[in-house]
Ligand binder design. Structure first.
Ligand SMILES: [Zn+2]
Ligand SMILES: [Zn+2]
Length: 180
């Protein structure tokens, strides 16, 4: 049975069987180190952290993230910023978005949750727990890993969307800056 499922208009989450090449119609986020990030960069075990694509590589329609799903919160905020910077403007431009990881339950679903909450604002932005409760209703197959859930909970206030539209919306609310 395919793990591919529709979470929201134009937003899809999947496991490894949903891996495909991005296209002008559908951008793809490959949210797994093995095999996708390794394959996209061309390495076997690990990259040195100083490698320019250590966290991510993006091209026109694909983003490869060096994400594993450890039981402890070993994540970097920049991975999530790279995700927002790639996914948000493409989704806004009308492209569909497919996010996949290995099982299609933790990494991919958590990124979909972040997009729905912090960029599209169709889930609560107040806390991870509230956003998760809303997300599970949309995607009952999701199951965030312990380490990732802990990271998202502890860093929720830092996980705002960094796309131009969301940053612009912030700027327009500062005194002395004209509304667009
Ligand atoms: Zn992939
Ligand atoms: Zn945004």
């Amino acid at each position: 049975m395919s793990s591919l499922r529709s979470i929201h208009p134009r937003l899809w989450v999947a496991g490894q069987d949903g891996c495909c090449e991005g296209s002008p119609e559908c951008a793809v986020v490959h949210a797994c180190k093995t095999p996708c990030h390794q394959r996209a960069i061309g390495y076997a075990k690990s990259l040195p952290p100083e490698h320019p694509n250590y966290l991510a590589r993006a091209d026109a329609h694909d983003l490869w993230l060096n994400l594993i799903d450890p039981p402890v919160p070993l994540f970097q905020l920049e991975s999530f910023q790279q995700f927002f910077a790639f996914a948000a403007p493409r989704y806004d431009a009308g492209q569909a978005l497919r996010i996949h990881c290995n099982q299609g339950e933790s990494r991919s679903a958590s990124l979909a949750l972040l997009l729905l909450s912090r960029h599209l604002q169709v889930l609560s932005q107040h806390s991870y727990a509230e956003a998760l409760a809303g997300y599970v209703a949309l995607d009952p197959a999701s199951r965030p890993g312990r380490g990732l859930a802990q990271f998202l909970e502890e860093n929720w206030h830092l996980l705002a969307c960094c796309c131009a539209r969301c940053l612009g919306a912030d700027v327009s609310h500062r005194p002395g800056v004209r509304e667009r």
